[in-house]
Design a protein around this ligand. Structure first.
Ligand SMILES: O=C(O)CCC(=O)C(=O)O
Ligand SMILES: [Fe+2]
Length: 376
């Protein structure tokens, strides 16, 4: 695509979004400056805000301890992280380390294909309702586009996954999903237990409901000529229950500190404070989503996070989203509301409606939660 055309808003949108060339196609066309559609308003640019140098500890939790004599200690670490930052990292998580390497490689094999190969999975033309390739979050609604391409694969059954997910990544993605799900259940069991859900059957049933929908995404952030003007992903929280994330060695994922969540040492000039989730080889990142914030009546923090771009190297990240089934009703647990003096901070929502609101709007911090919030 010639540089004259790049200045034409409609043809840029068509090239990147509609025709499925993505940000990757834009970069491959040889641009030396990002098109204006990608320029974020100053308050969203990441170079403009301070990032905490004296970060409070970001927990790195050894999950194997949940199965031994240190269970209580590990469980406390999980609960504390969920109540404060809403993000932590785990090791000894049971997901094979070789698989993590294969996943990153397979993400590159998918995104480095010719645009036509990826474009077959575009929204509306994809041969499967469970597979979607796209760029940015909701391009039609965004004031500035995010510098990110992605492929999203919803899990129903193994047979469906192997029949419909792209061949470049289906086997590893499925293995990643299956090995992660048992870890997610271990973590959820701890978090539910702390809310008073201790009976095995009730806990199992609740976990089935909270993770009824699972998907693996692969995000690809091409290197960007103007990292100071762009974002990889804008400020948002995840809508689901728990997110598991594999990131590569590039870094660039930031989580926002909130005043009541954690002590802030250096709150400079009222700017938001963000801390980076540092890449740790072999570790996985876990974060709390809106669903758990609602369920816990606000005790667990669905963390606001965002991703910067870099000019030196492209980055991949591979999240698994565990989400309630669309028909599931989600509201604060009764026993938690009782403990909170009978005050529910969220109403009960049918998850399908929550999801429609989430995907119907551009990323805007934690605004997604307003859909369920009861104003006080
Ligand atoms: O790329 C990352 O590190 C995070 C991506 C993310 O927040 C998301 O896909 O929801
Ligand atoms: Fe996210």
């Amino acid at each position: 695509m010639g540089s004259d055309n790049l200045n034409n808003a409609i043809s840029l949108f068509n090239f990147v979004v509609k025709d499925g060339n993505g940000v990757k196609g834009l970069v491959d066309s040889g641009i030396s400056r990002v098109p204006h559609q990608y320029i974020q308003p100053p308050k969203e640019r990441m170079e403009n805000q301070s990032s905490s140098s004296s970060s409070p500890e970001l927990a790195l939790i050894d999950l194997s301890k949940l199965d031994g004599p240190d269970h209580e200690h590990a469980a406390k670490e999980i609960v504390f992280a969920a109540e404060t930052l809403g993000f932590f990292q785990v090791v000894n998580h049971g997901v094979p380390l070789e698989l993590l390497d294969s996943l990153k490689k397979s993400a590159y094999s998918f995104f480095e294909q010719e645009p036509e190969k990826k474009a077959v999975y575009r929204n509306g033309v994809s041969p499967s309702p469970y597979v979607k390739y796209g760029t940015s979050f909701v391009p039609e609604k965004e004031k500035a586009l995010e510098w990110k391409d992605y492929i999203s694969m919803v899990y129903t059954t193994d047979v469906d996954a192997l029949a419909s997910w792209p061949k470049e990544c289906k086997e590893v993605a499925l293995e990643y999903l299956k090995t992660s799900v048992s870890m997610v259940r271990k973590i959820l069991k701890v978090l539910l237990g702390n809310l008073g859900v201790t009976a095995v059957e009730e806990s199992d049933q609740m976990m089935d409901g909270l993770t009824g929908l699972k998907m693996v995404n692969m995000n690809y952030y091409p290197k960007c000529p103007n990292p100071e003007l762009t974002v990889g992903v804008g400020r948002h929280s995840d809508m689901g229950t728990l997110t598991v994330l594999l990131q590569d060695e590039i870094g660039g994922l930031y989580v926002k500190l909130e005043e009541d969540g954690i002590r802030i040492n250096n709150n400079i000039n009222g700017y938001d404070q963000w801390i980076e989730i540092p890449p740790i080889n072999g570790a996985l990142v876990i974060n709390i989503g809106d669903t758990l914030q609602i369920l816990s009546n606000g005790k667990y923090r669905s963390a606001e996070h965002r991703v910067r771009t870099t000019s030196t190297k492209s980055r991949v990240s591979i999240p698994i989203f565990t989400i309630p089934k669309p028909t599931e009703k989600i509201g604060p647990l009764l026993q938690v509301v009782e403990r909170d003096g009978g005050v529910a901070r969220y109403r009960e929502v049918v998850f399908e409606d929550y999801m429609a609101n989430f995907f119907g709007n551009a990323h805007e911090g934690k605004k997604s939660l307003h859909f369920a919030q009861i104003p006080n």
